[in-house]
Design a protein around this ligand. Structure first.
Ligand SMILES: Nc1ncnc2c1ncn2[C@@H]1O[C@H](COP(=O)(O)OP(=O)(O)OP(=O)(O)O)[C@@H](O)[C@H]1O
Length: 358
């Protein structure tokens, strides 16, 4: 598989960026980490927008940075979407999009104007000026403009952070659509676990200018040695397939790697792949399968690890293996002692709520 291989250093005052990693050149890789850890600096270095970067960057066998070589930004084939859309106010939406096409003169055309306009649902605003659009609509145009520059890599730096909650909700389905339709890799900087859970395939965690770890989204969210599993909203993301519909009760069945789940019906497309989010705080465990509980989803699981989840040691985090997937459950230490839970034990996870993300 093609990769984006990065081994770079950059010094800015007291701050040092020192990144050595290899990222998959497909899907969405979320770049996550505290404010000031170097996420934007990393994107800018990849784009060739930072001076003083040393080391090497290569993408899909093309060398962008080497000791005697620094390919200029416009030749790297990168689309960049920033927090602010940065559209030209004196141009119509159509003219802003055409500006993207003009920037693509020497690149093979992969994204057609009409296709991009359709993906992003911007057909009806082509003659409008950007200032007559909402923030979310403007950002959709900015994404369209970036795609029409025919990038081989798309960099998105907190593209939703300047938007209010309702604009975020409006634009997320379009990003999900790009995720499933686009064939180019996207690096996506975000502070929002919600966006990351919905969109990312892969997650790169940074701290003080360095990469702490990177892996598939679910591996990263469920690793007990990383901070993500210990956050208030600790969660697991798993993939499942719609396997049946129970019309009488308005439920759909989903097949995961460890068995079936039932959730409120949203789709009757049997065979459709869906992404599920299971929050650690919504999962409790029992030694025997309960048959007199209102909880619909009871998963047979094996305890993979048990770890303290807060500084007071009142709560513990259980890492549970369900088929090939991992889910997390947050329980009290008292319950762990009372039930005599230990690693390797076969138990049942009672899932109070499952969110279908896409
Ligand atoms: N030109 C500069 N001179 C000095 N320090 C700089 C300069 N540019 C960036 N920095 C420092 O580099 C560090 C990383 O900044 P960067 O914007 O990459 O972080 P970030 O993770 O994207 O932050 P945020 O999430 O807040 O956007 C910060 O500590 C910042 O103060």
């Amino acid at each position: 598989m093609n990769t984006l291989a990065i081994d770079i250093q950059l010094t800015r005052g007291d701050f040092q960026l020192k990144v050595n990693c290899s990222l998959p050149a497909s899907g969405i890789t979320a770049i996550f980490g505290r404010s000031g850890c170097g996420k934007t600096s990393l994107l800018r270095a990849i784009a060739g927008l930072e001076s003083g970067v040393t080391g090497t960057i290569s993408f899909d066998q093309q060398h962008w940075l080497q000791p005697e070589l620094n390919v200029p930004t416009h030749q790297r084939g990168i689309g960049y979407v920033f927090q602010e859309p940065g559209l030209f106010p004196h141009l119509s939406v159509k003219q802003n999009l055409e500006y993207g096409l003009k920037r693509a003169t020497d690149r093979q055309q992969v994204f057609e104007f009409d296709q991009v306009v359709n993906w992003l649902g911007i057909e009806s605003w082509l003659d409008k000026r950007p200032q007559s659009l909402s923030g979310g609509q403007r950002q959709r145009v900015a994404i369209g403009r970036a795609l029409l520059s025919q990038p081989q890599l798309l960099l998105m730096d907190e593209p939703l952070s300047a938007l209010d909650a309702s604009s975020k909700r409006e634009i997320l389905p379009y990003l999900e659509r790009l995720h499933s339709e686009l064939n180019i890799p996207i690096l996506y900087v975000s502070h929002s676990t919600d966006e990351v859970a919905r969109l990312a395939d892969h997650l790169l965690l940074m701290h003080q200018g360095e990469v702490v770890a990177q892996d598939t989204i679910n591996s990263m969210l469920t690793r007990l040695d990383l901070p993500l599993a210990h956050s208030e909203n600790a969660e697991a993301i798993i993939e499942a397939t719609v396997s049946g519909v129970d019309g009488e009760y308005g439920l759909m069945q989903l097949a995961g790697s460890g068995g079936e789940l039932s959730v409120a019906c949203q789709s009757v497309d049997i065979g459709r792949q869906v992404r599920l989010r299971l929050l650690a705080r919504d999962i409790s465990v029992t030694l025997k399968r309960q048959t007199d509980s209102s909880i619909l989803n009871v998963l047979p699981v094996e305890i993979d690890a048990i770890q303290q989840s807060d500084s007071t040691a009142t709560q513990l985090l259980l890492r549970l293996r369900w088929g090939k997937d991992i889910v997390l459950a947050r329980v009290t230490r008292k319950s762990v002692d009372a039930l005599g839970l230990s690693v390797g034990q076969q138990i049942y996870a009672q899932v109070k709520s499952v969110a279908v993300l896409a």
